[in-house]
Design a protein around this ligand. Structure first.
Ligand code: DAT
Length: 201
């Protein structure tokens, strides 16, 4: 029985998961678990998907890597997917949203192209590419960006969360303007405190 809750913060890339997790970790003392980072550190990749130009995470390996820690409680899990985590591990699922797609577009467009490229292609190498190869990567970047905007418009991550977890533990919070992160984190921190009180022996 854990004495601190586990919270997932999920949502489309660019909605603000990381800024929420970092602030929440400060506000609540829960630990920020970036799944991206764990997958890199613990080599939890299955294969390279040529079409999507990204590495596919080996979910079983990833769950094995974090299970012992997460079962202790007190983690904020930061990832764009949530349906791989067993229901029994999770106490709250926060789906961060950015319904105003022009805001999300600007955030994603301002991300440097190499972030979306295989990580063996460093920014310095990108500068040495021919104009054609550069344009090809930019085209990929645009396609990926549009894919993310569509996912946000259709609420794909919210739907996934509602299918994977009981609806009472799934909350949707907007992160569009300055001040949203603070107010969302205040709400979640209050929820964490209440959870702890209710689960104190
Ligand atoms: P994610 O982890 O979901 O990919 P992020 O936390 O890196 O997203 O945030 C993407 C960018 O958007 C980053 O520059 C911070 C900014 N951002 C997110 N929410 C915001 C808000 N409510 N007000 C202003 N900027 C915000």
């Amino acid at each position: 029985m854990r004495s601190s809750p586990n919270v997932i913060v999920t949502g489309t890339p660019g909605v603000g998961k990381t800024v929420h997790c970092e602030q929440l970790a400060q506000d609540t003392g829960l630990k920020h678990l970036s799944v991206n980072q764990v997958a890199k550190d613990r080599d939890c990749y299955e294969e390279y998907d040529e079409e999507r130009k990204s590495w596919v995470v080996d979910e079983d390996k990833l769950l094995d890597a974090i299970e012992d820690d997460v079962l202790q409680g007190g983690y904020i899990i930061d990832w764009h997917a949530c349906d791989l985590f067993p229901k029994s591990w999770i106490d709250l699922v926060v789906v961060v949203r950015c319904p105003e797609t022009s805001i999300l577009y600007d955030r994603l467009a301002s991300r440097h192209v190499p972030i979306l490229l295989p990580f063996f292609l460093s920014p310095s190498k990108l500068d040495t590419l021919s104009p054609n190869a550069h344009a090809c990567f930019r085209g990929y970047h645009e396609e990926k960006l549009q894919e993310n905007l569509d996912a946000e418009i259709f609420g794909v991550l919210l739907e996934e969360a509602r299918e994977a977890f009981d609806e009472e533990i799934v909350v949707e919070l907007n992160s569009e303007k300055d001040g949203d992160v603070d107010s969302n984190c205040t709400r979640i921190a209050e929820w964490v405190e209440n959870w702890k009180k209710q689960h104190a022996e």
